[in-house]
Write a protein that binds this ligand. Structure first.
Ligand code: F3S
Length: 394
């Protein structure tokens, strides 16, 4: 693997112990995957932020790095943390958990990482451009940036993303290369997709079929940003899809090679079956929307649904701090809180300790959350569209 003089110096330890250690990790990765060189990156998104995921060993590792004056070289955002960093007490997050989560955030901040925790950084001030090389971690964010934006990233692990942030480069392999972004399957959609959850159901079906391969969709007549983020998130959860293309909708769809693809057809009955397959509960104790983190449009829709009403059971919608602030200015937060709901920032249903907070059955409109909640949070799940979920809590 070719390294320039500056990179050789890092490897020789001239830039300090931490950069040397992390750069070695990137070189090793590059060697394993056959990279020819390192490439500069525009931004990073680091996963492994919740205390629930990384525990004491991860917290101590980050504090140790931060104490050695380690700083990131490029714009770096974080994946959701284990709690709302400002409103955790009101929402009932345990005190011990909060103390440890705040230690983690302080360590990241010391390293120059923007302590905004979201899996939709592209809605919150970290928007890469078409063909920009980046090093992002969270699977739905990776899928969205590769597929809908046309930026280029592999799915980084927490350590390799942190290494890329501190070194400013990533090895040139995998989805950074055009030849590896070509589809393997053609997915013919013969169903009407209306709600974000319909896209989540479709993604659930296709991810299971294609696993880590690349699908090319036809028959999706329309899909907004929220629906495409739902689709990608679900495919990354039931499979390991890191990029997809949609005819007439995503930026690389026209130019990829579409010959000799195996065809999978998805009909309305398959979508209906996916709703059933993902539902294991009867009545939710809590409904949590915003997986991936909600846009302002999704929050506006929830506010509209609950305006002037009283919720019998809690409804949360998870989002980034930036989008929550916009929702506060627009009065959506007041409307939702008056009805008995909450806009929860910085965290999500999967990485927060909802099982410790007494919830047993969660209602979601996300294929990804429906897939993860039973395993990660010991929840029964009611998977449905936003209208039905919210009506059920009134
Ligand atoms: Fe984001 Fe959490 Fe879903 S990280 S994609 S809201 S599981």
């Amino acid at each position: 693997m070719y390294l320039n003089r500056e990179e050789e110096k890092i490897l020789d330890g001239e830039k300090g112990e931490v950069p040397e250690r992390l750069f070695r990790l990137l070189v090793r990765l590059g060697e394993i995957y056959g990279a020819d060189k390192m490439i500069p990156i525009g931004s990073v998104q680091v996963a492994g932020v919740s205390y629930k995921s990384i525990g004491d060993p991860g917290t101590e590792f980050l504090e140790d790095m931060a104490s050695k004056n380690t700083k990131v070289k490029v714009l770096t955002y974080l994946n959701p943390a284990g709690m709302d960093l400002e409103n955790w007490e009101n929402l009932g997050f345990p005190k011990d958990f909060a103390k440890n989560q705040l230690r983690i955030m302080n360590a990241f901040k010391k390293m120059g990482i923007v302590v905004t925790s979201t899996c939709t950084p592209y809605l919150a001030g970290n928007l890469p451009r078409f063909r920009e090389h980046i090093a992002w971690s969270e699977s739905s964010a990776v899928s969205f940036s590769n597929s809908v934006i046309g930026a280029r990233t592999n799915r980084e692990g927490g350590p390799s993303a942190l290494a890329a942030a501190i070194c400013g480069v990533t090895p040139n392999y995998g989805l950074h290369l055009w030849e590896n972004r070509q589809p393997d399957y053609k997915i013919k959609v013969e169903a009407d997709l209306e709600f974000n959850s319909d896209f989540g159901a479709l993604g659930h079906i296709v991810g299971k079929e294609v696993k880590n391969k690349i699908p090319y969709y036809t028959g999706i007549k329309n899909g907004d940003t929220d629906q495409l983020k739902s689709l990608g998130a679900a495919m990354a959860a039931s499979g390991a899809v890191a990029i997809y293309h949609v005819e007439n909708l995503t930026p690389e769809a026209d130019n990829v090679k579409k010959t000799n693809l195996e065809t999978i057809t998805v009909e309305q009955k398959d979508i209906d079956n996916a709703y059933e397959e993902l539902s294991s509960g009867k009545k939710p104790d809590i409904v949590i929307l915003g997986c991936p983190h909600a846009s302002l449009k999704e929050i506006a829709r929830l506010a509209d649904k609950v305006k002037g009403k009283k919720l019998k059971k809690p409804v949360w919608i998870c989002t980034s701090r930036m989008v929550k602030e916009a929702a506060e200015r627009m009065g959506y937060n007041d409307t939702i809180v008056k009805a008995g709901g909450n806009i929860v920032a910085d965290t999500c249903m999967v990485v927060s300790p909802i099982e410790q907070m007494g919830y047993k059955t969660t209602g979601v409109n996300s294929g990804k959350a429906a897939n993860y909640l039973p395993g990660f949070c010991k929840q029964k799940v009611c998977f449905n569209n936003i209208d039905k979920l919210v009506e059920g809590q009134l």
